[in-house]
Design a protein around this ligand. Structure first.
Ligand code: NAG
Ligand code: NAG
Length: 169
């Protein structure tokens, strides 16, 4: 299979949702890691990060969202493409549902927008609103963790299932 990857574009297409959903999952876990350090109380980090958070988070969000949306679009559209290209192979192996699941769970990430948007706004506008950026970052981390363990991990597992069931000998 490893060598086929290099000359068979169909294999690349079969694997594409796994690559992009791995990027989504790792990026979300990295966000939890890096931003989670800013909310910890050890070494006074929490108190110090409070003044940095509004401007930091504004840039972080503006640049990060492009990558996240790009990876989600890649997972969604490559999952859909897999359902149409050499469809008989998926039907024979009954692996199409895995691609349906990876595409659907990838779109599912977007359903978290209304849940997480208030914490994004509260953190960015904390100075203007006299709000507490520590508290909104806690909330953001909490929702991001739920998102990782549901749709992001779910899309990744579905992509693994899709690749294994479609390409296994
Ligand atoms: C955020 O940090 C400030 C300054 O250290 C502190 O007074 C406040 O209680 C913190 N907020 C939360 C929710 O921990
Ligand atoms: C940071 O946020 C996470 C997620 O909400 C929470 O579990 C953790 O207790 C917070 N850390 C502190 C020091 O409040």
């Amino acid at each position: 299979m490893a060598s086929r990857l290099f000359y068979d574009p169909i294999v690349l297409l079969r694997v594409a949702p796994l690559v992009s959903s791995t990027c989504t999952l790792l990026y979300a876990a990295d966000q939890d890691f890096f931003l989670g350090i800013l909310n910890q109380s050890e070494h006074d980090i929490r108190a110090k990060s409070r003044s940095l958070l509004p401007s930091y988070f504004a840039t972080f969000f503006r640049r990060g969202v492009v990558f996240v949306v790009g990876c989600l679009a890649a997972t969604t559209w490559s999952s859909v493409a897999n359902l149409y290209v050499r469809r008989q192979a998926l039907v024979a192996r009954q692996s199409g549902w895995w691609y349906v699941a990876s595409g659907a769970l990838s779109i599912g990430h977007l359903f978290f927008i209304p849940l997480i948007a208030p914490s994004v706004k509260a953190t960015i506008d904390a100075d203007k609103e006299g709000a507490d950026a520590n508290a909104s970052l806690d909330k953001w981390l909490q929702i991001n963790r739920i998102r990782i363990l549901t749709v992001d991990l779910g899309a990744w597992i579905a992509s693994v299932g899709a690749v294994v069931s479609t390409l296994a000998a």
